[in-house]
Design a protein around this ligand. Structure first.
Ligand SMILES: [Zn+2]
Ligand SMILES: [Zn+2]
Length: 266
């Protein structure tokens, strides 16, 4: 069985990843992948917004690093993309970034549930202890739904990132999932199955099987993502992700070229 494309990986430009794109590509070749896509964290409107996005002045360098990986690995298909933080009010900035390079796809991601709290940031873990998990999850999924409705993205990242540190609500979250997935379906946006969750406290693929099952029922297309922040994480646990997709009923996933989708068998 050949593994699906890994469409989510980072570079040292975001200050919290190691390995140049060409090194990640080499690892992809080594484990038998035929297609990958780089999706480093986008520049924010202000470079001092936080310390884990590339700077606006580094965007060309990022594209050049991806092009170098392409030159070094001519038999590997390498897509040019970004993981773009969605915050309400950032739409014009994101459209501006989208116009700067010939992206193959843009992944919309919600990390921020307010302008100052990125809920997956281990340095801000104490914030979780002050909040009701259901309130946080509700805001998170509302923003994720807005990202799906924005028309700015081909793919939505790690759809239940809010489970990372295991602050689970007692309430049933199915209505939150359903609203998000119906929006994704309506706006023709794919959802990634992201294996990074297996490497975090939650020890589970993003999103959970219940969301993947619901997505399959609604016909939301999928991609696969390691969210690699180091070369050896490329394609990690993909067999498990494919198994999750298949058990939900998926037989295909998406690939993207110049923001156009094509379906391929998994
Ligand atoms: Zn990251
Ligand atoms: Zn992310």
């Amino acid at each position: 069985m050949s593994l699906p494309a890994d469409y989510h990986m980072h570079t040292p430009l975001c200050n919290h990843a190691v390995g140049e794109p060409t090194e990640l590509a080499a690892h992809a070749v080594k484990i038998g992948l035929t297609e990958i896509g780089f999706s480093d964290h986008n520049p924010m409107k202000r470079d001092d917004f936080d310390d884990w996005h590339m700077k606006a002045s580094e965007l060309d360098e990022y594209v050049e690093k991806v092009n170098k990986a392409r030159r070094d690995h001519p038999n590997l298909v390498i897509k040019l993309a970004m993981e773009v933080d969605y915050l309400p009010g950032y739409e014009d900035w994101i459209r501006d970034l989208a116009a700067r390079h010939p992206w193959d796809y843009l992944i919309g991601a919600v990390h921020y549930v307010s302008d100052s709290w990125d809920l997956d940031n281990p340095k801000k873990l104490s914030e979780w202890k002050l909040r009701d998990p259901m309130e946080v999850w509700t805001t998170y999924f509302e923003r994720l739904t807005m990202a799906a409705e924005s028309g700015l993205f081909e793919i939505i990242a790690h759809a239940d990132l809010c489970k990372k540190f295991c602050f689970y609500p007692k309430e049933d979250c199915t209505p939150l999932y359903t609203r998000f997935l119906e929006a994704a379906k309506r706006h023709d946006v794919a959802m990634e199955l992201n294996t990074a969750g297996l490497r975090k406290d939650c020890k589970e693929i993003y999103p959970s099987a219940s969301i993947v099952n619901l997505a399959a029922k609604l016909g939301v297309p999928i991609t696969f993502a390691s969210d690699a922040h180091a070369p050896t994480e490329v394609g990690m646990n993909f067999a498990e992700a494919v198994e999750l997709a298949r058990s939900a009923g998926y037989t295909e996933c998406c690939r993207f070229t110049q923001r156009k989708r094509q379906m391929v068998k998994i």
